[in-house]
Design a protein around this ligand. Structure first.
Ligand code: ADP
Ligand code: 5GP
Length: 206
């Protein structure tokens, strides 16, 4: 049985991470990790579905217990990826997707070098601006903050394993799926095959 791979999707706010992840989840191939956060639930959000909503005290206790694979503070709230869930799911053979902000994404690579880090970019800063305004969930000031943040993130893009441009959505989703398949083909994922070839060669006295 092949074990699962860990895929991290990060990138500019408004690039389409949520949209792409939603599409990936329409197939039953991947498991999305549910993060913990100290932010308050938004209308319609359910504890244990969108996030595990925790008090700051409980969150920091879990940090000190090493229960997060990564965590970061973003817009005044803490967000973290539950370590055990991710590790157990991968060991069980399912691919896990994290949709997280950039500081956390880069921490994952340190903790788990086999993870595939994908930076999702919009085709241009102009289109990013249009998408952020078009989504209609942020004020003009918040959009400006996110664009300034995106400008800073450009300087970190080289630290990711892959950069995928979300221009045509279908094409973008396909590219991400291809990357996930490629992660399964890495030699580190093929140790069972290497072992069985070795045994067979020995049996055949080659
Ligand atoms: P993120 O999660 O990265 O902040 P969203 O998934 O919320 O971004 O997408 C931001 C906006 O851009 C949304 O209104 C979404 O419908 C739109 N969008 C996403 N992907 C595309 C695309 N390929 N082409 C045009 N608009 C897109
Ligand atoms: P929101 O509050 O809008 O749901 O999320 C804010 C940001 O936090 C988004 O960029 C989202 O990707 C990121 N995020 C969600 N969960 C995690 C997590 O577990 N770790 C980190 N580092 N970021 C997260």
């Amino acid at each position: 049985m092949r074990h699962g791979v860990l895929i991290v999707i990060s990138g500019f706010s408004g690039a389409g991470k949520g949209t792409v992840v939603k599409r990936l989840m329409e197939t039953d191939r991947y498991q999305l990790s549910i993060s913990a956060t100290t932010r308050k639930p938004r209308e319609g959000e359910v504890d244990g579905r969108e996030y595990f909503f925790l008090s700051r005290e409980e969150f920091l206790k879990r940090v000190s217990e090493g229960r997060f694979l990564e965590w970061a503070e973003y817009s005044g709230n803490c967000y973290g990826t539950p370590r055990d869930f991710v590790m157990e799911t991968i060991a069980g053979g399912r691919d896990v997707i994290l949709e997280i902000e950039a500081q956390g994404a880069l921490q994952v690579k340190e903790q788990f070098p086999a993870a595939g880090l994908i930076f999702l970019a919009a085709p241009s800063m102009e289109k990013l601006k249009v998408r952020l305004f078009g989504r209609g969930t942020e004020s003009e000031e918040q959009v400006a903050t996110r664009l300034a943040q995106a400008r800073r993130e450009i300087e970190q893009m080289h630290r990711y394993d892959y950069i995928v441009v979300n221009d045509d959505l279908d094409e973008c989703v396909q590219r991400v799926e291809q990357i996930i398949e490629t992660l399964h083909d890495r030699s580190s994922e093929k140790q069972a095959l290497v072992g069985s070839l070795r045994e067979e060669a020995a049996r055949m006295k080659l």
